[in-house]
Design a protein around this ligand. Structure first.
Ligand SMILES: [Zn+2]
Ligand SMILES: [Zn+2]
Ligand SMILES: [Zn+2]
Length: 124
């Protein structure tokens, strides 16, 4: 006998990203309620997906991006580019690169800046 089974898959309402957490659990569910339970109700392994007030389901990246838009980014400390002048950004007076990087701990947005002269002196 050949039977067609229906399954629930989960997609972000904003960017259409498919739920794909294969390491710890199923990616297909029998019922919508099972899917919601897997996505939202385990605080220890919170995957970051969120149900919005209007009923839309957003993936972790979209939820984080909006949280950052409202609350501001949560940047990590600036870290100096370690290329020692070979990445093309130019060398600072201390021989290191003139670029620093950091990213947002929540939405992972990258940011970079040129070192200012006082910052270079601080590092050296
Ligand atoms: Zn999304
Ligand atoms: Zn952010
Ligand atoms: Zn560099």
């Amino acid at each position: 006998m050949i039977r067609r089974l229906s399954a629930v898959v989960v997609e972000c309402d904003r960017c259409a990203a498919r739920w794909a957490r294969t390491a710890n659990g199923p990616t297909h569910f029998a019922e919508e309620s099972d899917a919601l339970a897997a996505l939202l109700q385990d605080p220890h392994t919170d995957p970051g997906w969120r149900v919005r007030a209007n009923g839309q389901l957003w993936c972790a990246a979209c939820a984080a991006a909006e949280e950052c838009a409202v609350l501001g980014h949560r940047p990590t400390p600036w870290r100096r580019c370690r290329c020692r002048g070979t990445c093309g950004a130019g060398r600072a007076a201390d021989g290191g690169c003139t670029v620093e990087f950091r990213h947002c701990a929540r939405c992972l947005r990258d940011e970079q800046r040129r070192l200012t002269a006082p910052a270079v002196r601080e590092v050296s």
